[in-house]
Design a binder for this molecule. Structure first.
Ligand code: NAD
Length: 503
């Protein structure tokens, strides 16, 4: 595998092989645990984007007409290869992203489950058929590929989020150009190589690295038909508006502030365990991270104490150290931003119960670490509540009742995930029905749907209306067509100008 481990300049993956950059622009990829630069990543210009899209356009007719069995065999072979290389992929994730090994392996596994779902493509792509909708007339509905799909993905899941997109897009007969995050781009190259080994024809899957300029070239390219995006809210809005403004189908999954409501009847030890895992796993760099707790009634003090006790025991360290539980953030800029937001929370007089700002990891002083932070008595007008912090920082706010807690969650502009901890089935049911979020957890802190359901938020967490993977993924990557068919007999010949109705 051609993964860079020194300061080499990475290549794009175009037409089934590595393609050197000609743009002259590039960025740095760092080892988040040490701060060392491990590779340079090229930033593709419009000419390079055109080459990748051109390869996808050229490969489309053959791939679209490949039989369902051929596509299925390639998907199964790819599934086997990803499974066999899961540890290698996880190592790349830990090196560039910084997440701890168990978390990286979990990410690879969740991506694999989408690939496994895509292996059922023959079943998923079945259309509908109605015999005799009128005398001698049959109707049937087809789902056809949309053409060339562009995928633009964030740093926080460098293998899973691409895998939310391309397996279903390819299964449905589309060709694909991936623009992964420039902060941890190597996993996508591994996936490209494994797809080639699985027998995917050249040009069906391509990777171009880059920044906003690269993304814009994809969004405005006349031969790109659909755009799947996952990332921050401002970028998602730009991508959705630009892509749809250029006549493309688009879905743009965006940022989040996920709430966990804790009712007084909840098992508080269980809730504290789950909230700590949901808030501080992957150092809080998950779009489904629990980032705000709404403690109802008299639960606040007891819950904060229990969360605090657990935070004291969490081990902050490099991702490849087996004892580490909280790895570094993605970059020095991300760490400084999170630290700045915590400083601001203190200035705004939220109570900083646990302060991880000055954590030092011995032997890794150059790494982008920040330890777990916990704020209590946070009000919804404070910046630590209003912003998506995307770091190991949890804020606790309080509400007088279930009713009030739902109002807090629903007043928040985001609506990705929301969880409730309770032993009361009626309260949970009421929450589930009334909360404005795309994914709801009942005593489950990070309710990420399995691959055979769809993933997506509401409000400012999604631009567009179709969620990712599962049945909605198939819908997004196909276009509907309804055929009405008659095989006329000589006796049927006549002219009738009335609007046709069933006879
Ligand atoms: P980001 O928006 O900075 O980058 C995402 C992708 O968009 C990258 O490929 C990047 O190169 C590109 N990009 C960045 N700025 C752009 C711009 N102005 N115009 C066009 N393209 C741009 O996001 P990130 O920091 O890599 O990832 C973290 C964010 O992603 C968080 O906000 C998180 O909540 C969100 N996220 C959401 C989901 C979800 O399913 N809703 C999943 C994962 C991550």
């Amino acid at each position: 595998m051609s993964m860079a481990t020194t300061q080499t300049l990475l290549n794009h993956w175009i037409d089934g092989r590595e393609e050197a950059t000609r743009s002259g622009r590039h960025g740095e990829v760092t080892n988040s645990a040490t701060g060392e630069v491990v590779a340079q990543v090229p930033f593709a210009d419009a000419v390079e984007v055109d080459a990748a899209v051109g390869a996808a356009v050229a490969a489309a007719p053959e791939w679209e007409s490949a039989s369902l069995s051929e596509r299925t065999r390639i998907m199964f072979a790819f599934r086997e290869l990803v499974h066999a290389h899961r540890e290698e992929i996880a190592r790349v994730l830990t090196l560039e992203h910084g997440k701890v090994t168990s978390d990286a392996l979990g990410e690879v596994q969740r991506g694999l489950e989408v690939i496994e779902f895509a292996c059922g493509l023959a079943e998923l792509l079945k259309g509908e058929h109605s015999w005799q909708v009128s005398r001698g007339v049959d109707s049937y509905a087809l789902r056809q590929p949309v053409g060339v799909v562009a995928g633009i993905t964030p740093f926080n899941f460098p293998s899973m989020v691409p895998a939310w997109m391309f397996p279903l897009a390819l299964a449905a007969g589309n060709t694909f150009v991936l623009k992964p995050s420039e902060q941890d781009p190597s996993a996508s190259m591994l996936l490209g190589e494994l797809l080639a080994q699985a027998g995917l024809p050249q040009g069906v899957f391509n990777v171009v690295h880059g920044d906003r300029e690269t993304v814009t070239a994809l969004l405005t390219h006349p031969r790109v038909n659909a755009v799947s995006f996952v990332g921050s809210t401002p970028a998602a809005k730009y991508v959705y508006e630009t892509a749809t403004g250029h006549g493309k189908r688009a879905q743009a999954l965006a940022g989040a502030k996920n709430h966990a409501v804790v009712l007084p009847d909840a098992d508080l030890d269980y809730a504290a365990d789950q909230i700590v895992a949901g808030a501080y796993g992957s150092s809080g760099q998950r779009c489904m991270a629990v980032s705000a707790v709404v403690a109802v009634g008299d639960t606040g003090d007891r819950l904060v104490e229990k969360i605090g006790e657990r935070l004291e025991r969490l081990v902050v360290g490099p991702g490849d150290e087996p004892s580490s539980e909280v790895g570094p953030l993605i970059s020095a800029a991300a760490r400084d931003r999170v630290r700045g937001l915590v400083d601001e929370g203190v200035e705004e007089r939220a109570e900083l119960v646990c302060d991880g700002r000055d954590v030092v990891v011995e032997g890794h002083e150059g790494g982008f670490f920040i330890g777990p932070c916990l704020f209590d008595h946070v009000s919804t007008d404070m910046r630590v509540y209003r912003e998506e912090i995307f770091g190991p920082v949890l804020v606790v706010t309080r509400a007088g009742s279930l009713e009030e807690s739902i109002e807090v969650v629903n007043a928040n502009p985001w609506g990705n995930g929301a969880a409730i901890f309770t032993r009361d089935g009626g309260a949970a049911r009421s929450f589930e029905l009334r909360v404005s979020a795309g994914m709801v957890g009942i005593n489950v802190p990070i309710p990420v749907p399995m691959a055979y359901y769809s993933f997506g938020g509401w409000k400012a967490s999604l631009f567009g209306d179709i969620h990712m993977h599962g049945p909605e993924g198939i819908r997004f990557y196909t276009r509907g067509k309804v055929v009405s068919s008659r095989w006329p007999q000589a006796a049927d010949a006549k002219i009738d100008l009335a609007f046709p109705t069933a006879t």
